[in-house]
Design a binder for this molecule. Structure first.
Ligand code: IPM
Ligand code: MN
Length: 376
């Protein structure tokens, strides 16, 4: 099989980690006869924006939609106002390609230092399925003082919703942000979580929300969860509040198997998840549209202070590449990439600073490549 992969190296450490990821993917492709990867680079990020004023062009979106997947480094740059690149590129792509799942495995690999006392790889091994297109991420809201009107709109392929607001604030200034959760959007995310549980042999799905306070949006979420759960009687289910979950991830990570959660809580608890799996340097994610173009990235940011120094840990990006191979249906070679990462970690000779080592970014990439060649 031949796959066309769009590569967006992006900002900060993005280009450094993505080039290690490509190195490993190339080694994987070489190791499997008949597997071919063609990488097509896209320049989106701070540099391109500052030079041209363009975030992602219409033409770029058209080209991206012809790709089999997107491999993304990181976005964000201190020279650009916070949020511009994140919303204009990262969220734009997630929404445009309707990547309604953000799949984030929370897996502690052997020999990786874990900040939790007495917890090892057998205790930290679950998936967070984060709904990736709705909730408080739809980006509508505003500020108001006195009397005003506002028209807000969310445009999705599964619905279009318009809010006409007639605002009257009696004193001071207010700001508001509207979260939207749709029945269909919720259902497809929750169904994905149950299907994932079946596929991965997991026995429990936990719904994480805050239905005790944000009653409108998350009571709909819960209703849909209960409906979908009925179709999977062999899978145990539970509800948990997001505040409690931050506590339980630390105290009892072994309880969790598949967690499904709305967008914003998913963002927050997966940074916590990253820490219990050994840090952001090891945490990959996939923005998935099972019927469309999916995008794989490390969940860390662009870490401007480390940019250009060849010190960042490329393993999160390499593991994102592994998820991409699996998503494309290349499970066999994806497994080998994961095994190669595990072997490098177990040997412990080649590690970046965040894991207590002295190796640089490219040395870690080289070590994984060598292992891939050995295993495959
Ligand atoms: C993530 C990031 C993004 C998010 C930002 C950069 C918009 O934190 O992928 O987790 O909030 O989803
Ligand atoms: Mn995040």
């Amino acid at each position: 099989m031949k796959y066309k992969i769009a590569v967006i190296p992006g900002d900060g450490i993005g280009p450094e980690v993505i080039s290690e990821g490509m190195k490993v993917l190339n080694a994987a492709a070489e190791a499997k006869s008949g597997l071919k990867l063609e990488f097509v680079e896209f320049p989106y990020g701070a540099e391109h924006y500052l030079k041209t004023g363009e975030l992602v062009s219409e033409d770029g979106l058209k080209k991206l939609s012809k790709m089999d997947a997107i491999y993304l480094g990181a976005l964000g740059d201190p020279r650009v106002q916070t949020g511009v690149l994140e919303q204009g590129i990262l969220l734009k792509l997630r929404f445009y390609f309707e990547q309604y799942i953000n799949l984030r495995p929370i897996k502690l690999y052997p020999s990786v230092p874990c900040p939790l006392k007495n917890k090892g790889p057998e205790h930290v091994n679950f998936y967070v399925v984060r709904e990736n297109t709705e909730d408080f991420y739809v980006g509508i809201g505003g500020r108001a003082k006195g009397k005003s009107r506002a028209k807000l709109e969310v445009l999705r392929s599964i619905y279009r919703v318009k809010f006409g607001l007639d605002i009257d604030v009696d004193r001071d200034e207010i700001a508001y942000q509207i979260g939207v959760v749709s029945r269909k959007g919720t259902e497809r995310a929750i169904r994905y979580a149950f299907e994932l549980a079946c596929k991965k042999g997991k026995k429990r799905v936990t719904s994480v929300d805050k239905a005790n306070v944000l009653t409108h949006v998350y009571s709909l979420w819960r209703e849909v969860f209960e409906q979908v759960a009925k179709e999977y009687s062999e899978i145990e289910t539970e509800f948990a509040f997001v505040d409690a979950v931050t506590m339980w991830f630390i105290k009892n990570p072994e309880w969790y198997q598949v967690v499904v959660t709305p967008n914003m809580f998913g963002d927050i608890i997966t940074d916590l998840g990253a820490m219990i799996q050994g840090g952001l340097g090891l945490a990959p994610g996939g923005n998935i549209n099972p019927e469309g173009v999916s995008m794989f990235e490390p969940i860390h940011g662009s870490a401007p202070k480390h940019a250009g120094k060849n010190v960042a840990n490329p393993l999160a990006t390499i593991l994102a590449g592994q998820m991409m191979l699996e998503h494309l249906g290349e499970e066999g070679i994806a497994d080998k990439v994961e095994r190669a990462v595990i072997d490098v970690l177990k040997e412990g000779k080649v590690r970046t600073y965040d894991l207590g080592g002295k190796s640089n970014t490219s040395e870690v990439g080289d070590a994984v490549v060598a292992k891939v060649k050995e295993i495959a």
